[in-house]
Design a protein around this ligand. Sequence first.
Ligand code: MTE
Ligand code: MO
Length: 207
Amino acid sequence: MGQPESREGEQGQLPPGQRLQRGWPVTHYGPVPRFRPDRWEFRVFGATADGDKHCWTHEEFAALPYSTVVADLHCVTKFSMLGAEWGGVPARLFLELAPPAEDVTHVMVWAEYGFSSNLRLADFAAERTIFATHKGGEPLTAEHGFPVRLIVPQLYAWKGPKWVRGVEYMTADRRGFWEERGYHNLGDPWREQRYSYQEEPGDGPEL
Ligand SMILES: Nc1nc2c(c(=O)[nH]1)N[C@H]1C(S)=C(S)[C@@H](COP(=O)(O)O)O[C@H]1N2
Ligand SMILES: [Mo]
């Protein structure tokens, strides 16, 4: 709160302390979930404007407007992958399809097995924030998040859950999985906001 929106610039460049990675490593905590199309749904819930939960089956999600963005991936463990083309559904489309209540300030993005990450509404609504289903024109592989992962180009990659299942609209900030476990609440790679001990007053809820 009172924080400027994260910068979106510097696409294609290495943020401070990062090094270039060839190829695309797989980085996550826990097992790779199995995709069960019949049980999968994408939910937008919490402080919606109409108070209802909004759900999409996999078929419905796949039929949403598709667009692409070029965005880098910066892992907090210091490797970066530059210039990937992601295809999928812009996050801000959900703000139209399932509008948030007026007092929503943050979202929690939820993935399989209870993994989560919190974002400021402005970062979620940013032009290039995308629920990616494809990379380089190919569907994501299971280990990279199939069927849907979030890409938030202006933040460290842990802010982009793989195997996303839903979005919770929140009227106050709350820490997600890594944000509770030592990573910075905001995670701007250009400010090297890596760890929670670097947080300044106002950067996040009390730990
Ligand atoms: N569900 C889930 N998503 C996750 C993670 C995780 O542990 N679980 N790790 C994050 C981290 S730290 C990184 S660097 C990227 C890595 O994405 P990749 O494996 O496709 O390179 O996924 C992010 N998304
Ligand atoms: Mo990471």
